[in-house]
Structure formats: C-alpha cells, structure tokens
Design a protein around this ligand. Structure first.
Ligand SMILES: NC(=O)c1ccc[n+]([C@@H]2O[C@H](COP(=O)([O-])OP(=O)(O)OC[C@H]3O[C@@H](n4cnc5c(N)ncnc54)[C@H](OP(=O)(O)O)[C@@H]3O)[C@@H](O)[C@H]2O)c1
Length: 350
C-alpha cells in the first residue's frame, strides 16, 4: 500500500505522512553504528518515506551528515543495490527538516544573535550539502524567544537570501505553539502529540489547520513506550536519555516518555493493548491514530533499526475499511485512558 503524503499550504511541498525521526542516528539512544543508521535511512526510503527530521545537535552534526549523504545518494544517478542506503530512488523529492538554536547555551535568550543564527544555518547547509534548506525549525528555544521579533526577522532574511525555503518552530508547550501561530511566515509547528499527549488537539492543531501551518507530531511512540515492548524490568544504556533524562536532568522532561512517569505509562499501555485485543499492533494503531487527527501533517517516529523504520512506514498507507472500526475502538480507549491516568499531570504542564 502506498505511502500517503500531505501538502500544508504554508510549506507548499508534499511530506510523506510518516517522516523518519533522525535523533537516534545522531546520539542519546545508546550506540547506533553508522551501518545501523544507514540501514534505518535506507529502509525508510525503500518504504516510501520522503520526509526526514534531523537537527544540528543530534550527535553534533552526525545525523545531518548521514541524512545529507543519503539525500545525495538517493538523487545520484549511480545509485545501485550496493549503495549504503540501499540505492532507492524516492518517489518524490526528499524533504529534510532540520533544527537550529541549541549549539550555544539553549536556555539563554542571549544566544539568539543574528551572528549565531547565521552560523548555525551555514553549518547545516554544509552538513546536509544543500544550498537551500527545506525547513529550519527553532529547536525548543527559551520562552522569551517566541516574542522576539528580531530572531524571526533574521529567519525571514535567510529565506529572502534563499538559504532556507521556510522556517518553523519545535515547541515544548501548547502556549508556545499558540504564540508562534500569530506569525504570518510560520510554516510549521513540531509538537509532542500521541495518545499520552492530547492537549495540542484542543486549540493548536485546529488553528494550525485553519492557517495552513504544518503540524509535525514528534515523539509519536512516547520514546518507545507506545510500542508495548517495555516492562517494569526494562533497562536502558547509560548514554540513552531514557536512563539519564527521566526527571528532566539534561533537557525537558517531556522529551522522555512524553513526560509520563514510566510505571503509569506501562499501565496506560496495558489498557490500550486491551482495547486493541490483538487486532492491530500497538505502534501501528498509535501512528494511524495520530495521522487520523484532522490537521496533522505527519508523524515522525524515530527508529533504532531498519526493521522498525519499515514497520513504522507501513502505517502511512490509507487505512483499510476494516481497520477503521479498530481505530474507533482505539480512539475511545485513548480518551478514557488519558482522562483516567494522564490528564491531571500532562494537561497543565505541556
Ligand atoms: N525537541 C525536539 O525538537 C525533538 C525532541 C524529541 C524528538 N524529536 C524528533 O522526533 C523524532 C521522534 O521522537 P523520538 O525518537 O524521541 O521518540 P519516538 O519516535 O516516540 O520513539 C522512538 C523509539 O521507539 C522505539 N521504536 C520505534 N519504532 C518501533 C517499532 N516499530 N517497534 C518497536 N520499537 C520501536 C525505538 O526504541 P529503541 O531505541 O528502544 O529500539 C525508538 O528509538 C526524533 O527522532 C526527532 O527527529 C524532536
């Protein structure tokens, strides 16, 4: 079944509804070798993914460089089965979103000088080997930055200079998304949206839809919790953020397991699995549920293997008629589980 794509008005370019999250192929998820990283990208390409989300800080540029090499390889005429990325020819031009703003102190508004912004973009252009970056997202900047016209004037100038085609924001909170939606050149919002994070559906997603702003749903599998593969005894490597950021020690707590306490997350997963009753794998139901929300452009699951990337991409096909009933049942369970176990802690915070 073919991958679907959506074209938000302010981007004016089609994105595959499943994008490949590329944090894993940078760092912070335990060891991922270059071969595994290339396997993830090649599998995603083979499965029809044309949208890739990376950032300049993932592995200090490693993720961008791998995506840049894949992009060149996929567009190159000599691609063949021996190429590291599988030699796939994408069905549509690839779309690469990157992020900037965490290379200097990411918590200090003073880091957001014109000089720094220009230097970060320049480095991404080199890492990705692209003259014009498809999309640059501010990478969860400090709250004050969302109201700082100076920063957005620089981004507009970079668009005018064709260093980037569009800019967006990757936000922590719905409030930050709503402030950003006041800007007429905002092209995209990246936000955590999954069965553990329903608040964006209240206001952010409907307003973005109305304005033609892309909604990119990140952390769609709650860092893997929503695959159902974890148990109380699961352990993670020391250099995996699921070990070192559970309480928000390194960056926002919401980026790890969507900010849901691990044991509570396992209880919520058990309820969702029960509702599915084996009719659809939990990761597939989760991704299809996200894509069914009106106004969502794409979900961007990360993957630590080609097999995961392939399975996630399969959720980007149009749901079959018999799957609709399963998804309706799943939706009811998502709403109930959120109200019973999660809303109290999640809704006020993000
Ligand atoms: N601030 C920001 O802007 C920001 C923050 C976070 C993420 N992001 C972006 O969003 C993307 C996605 O978020 P995320 O990677 O944090 O979390 P995620 O997509 O919710 O979870 C990814 C993890 O889930 C597991 N997984 C994925 N597919 C699976 C499958 N089919 N079967 C079994 N397990 C599977 C893997 O865990 P294992 O590693 O245990 O195999 C994988 O590492 C990132 O890659 C990045 O591009 C952006």
């Amino acid at each position: 079944m073919p991958m679907q794509s959506r074209t938000p008005a302010r981007l004016g370019r089609p994105l595959s509804v499943i994008g490949q999250g590329c944090w894993q192929i940078g760092a912070d998820w335990g060891e991922v070798s270059d071969e595994s990283a290339q396997g993830v990208l090649g599998a995603a390409l083979d499965a029809g993914v044309t949208f890739f989300d990376t950032a300049d800080v993932y592995g200090d540029g490693r993720s961008e460089r791998l995506v840049g090499a894949m992009r060149q390889n996929a567009g190159g005429s000599q691609a063949n089965g021996d190429e590291p990325f599988g030699g796939s020819s994408p069905s549509a031009p690839l779309f690469v979103a990157t992020k900037a703003s965490r290379r200097a102190d990411p918590f200090a508004p003073e880091s957001f000088t014109e000089e720094n912004l220009r230097a970060w973009v320049e480095r991404s252009r080199q890492n990705l080997a692209m003259d014009t970056l498809d999309l640059v997202q501010l990478h969860c900047p400090p709250p004050a930055i969302y109201r700082d016209d100076r920063v957005f004037d620089v981004l507009d100038a970079l668009v005018a200079e064709q260093k980037l085609a569009a800019w967006g924001v990757s936000v922590e909170t719905c409030e930050e998304a709503l402030i950003s939606l006041e800007r007429e050149h905002l092209a995209s919002i990246q936000i955590i949206l999954n069965p553990f994070r329903l608040k964006p559906l209240d206001e952010v997603v409907p307003l973005a839809r109305e304005k033609g702003v892309a909604i990119i749903a990140r952390v769609p599998l709650a860092s893997g919790l929503l695959t159902g593969k974890f148990s109380p005894g699961t352990t993670f490597a020391a250099n995996d953020h699921r070990s070192f950021n559970r309480a928000g020690e390194a960056f926002d707590q919401g980026e790890t397991f969507s900010g849901v306490e691990y044991e509570v997350g396992l209880q919520a997963v058990a309820r969702l699995e029960q509702a599915l009753d084996g009719a659809m794998p939990l990761p597939e139901a989760t991704l299809r549920w996200i894509l069914a929300q009106d106004g969502v452009t794409a979900a961007i699951p990360g993957a630590s293997s080609g097999e995961q990337a392939r399975r996630n991409a399969a959720a980007g096909s149009a749901p079959a008629a018999e799957q609709q009933a399963v998804l309706a049942r799943f939706d009811a369970a998502v709403q109930q589980t959120y109200d019973d176990l999660l809303r109290k802690n999640i809704h006020p915070r993000w």
